[in-house]
Design a protein around this ligand. Structure first.
Ligand SMILES: Nc1ncnc2c1ncn2[C@@H]1O[C@H](COP(=O)(O)OP(=O)(O)OP(=O)(O)O)[C@@H](O)[C@H]1O
Length: 681
């Protein structure tokens, strides 16, 4: 069945025809829904006066239901349209004793032909589609909710169908993905991340389809597809658990708005709605009820890059350690045991003994400490009432309500946080300016104390949490996340890409906070050519990295004799880029100031400056910092001012590594003066 290319072409036309018919049917349905909706609305409008409240509610509900069904039909139509452009990308002929043999065509969505009552296209997330990613020809098996199906794959094909036309078709006997993967990776970049359903690799597929891990930690080298996989995993979970999880139940913690915008196309491309996204700082502000102002992570890194303040580094280092978290925990025990100093309380003629108050306070040990006072006060009132055998006056009730919290040493979490540093004998480690602005390293520690002392119940509706750039968060961050989000989690990152090496977390660090986590390590790198990967390896070596065999020009390190000359050189590189056929070029600087100055100095039309306030980026020439470029990629990257003056510390080294690993096809570093010690002379 459909053996020759000609037969495949004819089959494609057949499928397209059926898709066109299906679109027409959905169109009719949509039209019918909107007609009915209009009629219903005008009926309600005309008969409004004669309707009671119950009628109105019922009518409103029926309108909502119709609108919902109408919206589902519109979404279905959108998916069918997408299929019409590219109905499927793979096929396998699977023979099993129970199912016989029939070709399984795999696409971005499923397509069930109502007339034939047959699945013509299987969704890439369907159980049977996993065969495509996990097996070559021969014995194979896949798991369904009702058990494992064994069989043989007798044929496997891959197609490239664009605008409804079959561009090529590949037969495989060894590894089907290699040729197509090479083609995909050689393509120019996009201003939005793209889906990779046609070329998901076996190890990636295992992560995407993992259903058992309560916490999945993905440590993957630069360009190993972590972000892509995480988004495909979300799409998979939305499909697999569609009865219980909807897009709105998932939350992405993303490093910045540009990144959020960059990844925003993947899920819609896969037919899912976009999911809510939040930056760490937004989360922090929310958890602190917007009561404190604080330095952002970007500002922290900028300060590190622009000053050499050893005390600042020391504060960050300390607050990024496990020791810090355990000292905070010890402090909380100390607070519990020593800061509630009970005294006996006289109410009218009744004397409430201190031991009673203390025992009530201890009885509530499961309740956050600062929430216990109201409960203890109520117990004291009950005690007095039964001892005095009368009702309490309002004044007496008020007196008890005030007296109990007064027995506790502090009332503001910030006061406790300050006290913590006195308690550990390091008061110099807390720096608050006169506006009480917190340093970034203090933000989540304060939230942690608040969480433990006051309890926070926000975000309980989240059913899956995705954290990208995990290396940028510390044990305290994770302690907060683990208490706040009790749901399953996917956490991904690369410790080599920390923009602040003083506060970087590895997969092992995160595993200590989430001992139940499944940790997956990915070593194959897809983004950059072998030459670019090898170059970046000299900055931060990782012997385990496996670059995909794709070659390109050797990265260039170009020396100039002055800054002016260097800028002229960069302008020439930009002119070459505009003729190159590539779509994106990133000039990746170390600091925001350097990026701004370069932007001004170049004065070339159409060069966009990306800042911490930017919300999206477009193709073309971008000037930005390594910090903001993290997670993004460009056809070509220029790293200017790569001299020892710019890149000399550990933080600088991380920045340089991140900058170089953003390049897909071409990388050039320019400098004047003495080259950075991290680069080959
Ligand atoms: N299986 C695949 N098929 C095709 N392209 C892939 C595959 N895996 C990864 N890629 C491509 O490799 C590039 C890097 O992917 P992605 O940005 O998800 O990696 P990452 O590990 O998050 O990178 P980084 O940590 O360096 O930001 C993207 O262009 C992505 O489309």
């Amino acid at each position: 069945m459909n053996i020759t290319e000609q037969e495949e072409r004819e089959y494609l036309e057949e499928v397209k025809e059926k898709l066109t018919l299906a679109i027409r049917r959905v169109d009719d349905a949509v039209k019918q829904f909107s007609d009915e909706l209009r009629q219903k609305k005008s009926y309600i409008h005309e008969h409004q006066s004669g309707m009671d409240e119950a009628d109105m509610v019922a009518a409103g509900q029926s309108i909502d239901r119709m609108a919902f069904t109408g919206e589902a039909a519109v979404a279905r139509k959108r998916n069918l349209f997408k299929l019409l452009q590219s109905p499927y990308f793979g096929r396998l002929d699977f023979v099993s004793p129970t199912q016989g043999k029939s070709p399984v065509y795999i696409g971005v969505h499923s397509f069930f032909d109502e007339r034939q009552r047959q699945n013509l296209i299987y969704d890439w997330r369907a159980p049977i589609s996993s065969l495509f990613y996990d097996f070559e020809l021969g014995e194979a098996a896949y798991t369904t909710p009702s058990g494992t199906i064994q069989g043989r794959i007798e044929l496997k094909r891959q197609y490239k169908i664009r605008d409804g036309r079959l561009e090529f078709m590949l037969e495989n006997d060894v590894n089907i993905h290699d040729d197509v993967l090479q083609q995909e990776l050689a393509r120019s970049s996009d201003d939005k991340m793209k889906n990779i359903v046609a070329t998901i690799q076996r190890d990636q597929n295992a992560v995407i389809r993992n259903e058992t891990a309560p916490v999945m930690v993905i440590q993957g080298v630069a360009g190993s597809g972590k972000t892509s996989i995480a988004l495909h995993r979300i799409a998979f979970l939305l499909y697999r658990y569609r009865e219980t999880i909807a897009a709105k139940d998932i939350l992405i913690l993303s490093p910045n708005k540009v990144f959020a915008d960059y990844i925003s196309n993947v899920l819609p491309e896969l037919g899912e709605e976009n999911i809510p996204e939040l930056g760490m700082e937004e989360l922090a502000a929310d958890l602190l009820d917007n009561r404190y102002t604080f330095q952002t992570f970007f500002e922290q890194v900028s300060a590190l890059l622009e000053t050499n303040d050893l005390a600042f580094v020391e504060r960050i280092r300390f607050k990024s350690s496990f020791d810090f978290l355990s000292q905070l925990n010890q402090y909380l025990l100390h607070v519990e045991n020593h800061y509630f100093t009970v005294t006996e309380l006289r109410v009218g003629k009744t004397l409430v003994p201190g031991s009673f108050i203390e025992s009530r306070f201890k009885a509530y040990h499961r309740i956050p400490l600062l929430k216990r006072f109201a409960l203890v006060a109520q117990d004291v009132r009950d005690h007095v009432r039964s001892a005095a055998d009368r009702k309490l006056t309002g004044a007496e009730k008020g007196k008890i309500g005030e007296a109990i919290p007064r027995m506790f040493k502090f009332h503001q979490v910030l006061d406790l946080y300050r006290d913590f540093y006195r308690w550990i004998g390091r008061p110099e480690l807390l720096k608050l300016d006169h506006h009480l602005r917190l340093e970034y390293a203090d933000v989540f520690a304060l939230i942690y104390l608040r969480l433990r002392l006051e309890g926070l119940t926000a975000y309980e509706q989240v059913k899956h949490l995705l954290v990208d750039e995990m290396q940028d968060y510390t044990p305290v961050h994770y302690a907060v996340l683990s208490r706040l989000f009790r749901c399953r989690k996917t956490i991904l990152g690369d410790v080599s890409q920390a923009v602040n090496p003083y506060s970087a977390s590895s997969a092992e660090t995160i595993e200590r906070v989430f001992p139940q986590a499944d940790v997956v390590k990915l070593y194959r790198s897809y983004r950059s050519t072998v030459e670019i990967t090898a170059f970046a390896q000299r900055i931060i070596p990782n012997p385990d990295i496996i670059p995909l065999e794709r070659h390109g020009r050797e990265p260039q390190v170009v020396r100039f004799t002055s800054k002016e000359e260097e800028l002229i050189g960069i302008k020439q590189l930009l002119a070459t880029f505009t003729l190159s056929g590539y779509r994106s070029l990133g000039i990746i600087c170390k600091t925001q100031r350097q990026a701004e100055n370069t932007h001004q100095a170049l004065q070339t039309a159409g060069v966009q400056l990306l800042t911490a306030e930017s919300t999206s980026f477009k193709e073309g020439i971008i000037i930005t910092t390594a910090h903001l470029a993290k997670g993004l990629e460009f056809d070509e990257v220029i790293v200017p001012f790569a001299s020892v003056r710019t890149y000399q510390t550990e933080v600088d080294k991380s920045m340089l590594y991140v900058a170089c690993t953003r390049a897909m096809h071409q990388l050039t570093l320019t400098y004047f003066g003495t080259i950075s010690p991290f680069l080959p002379a």
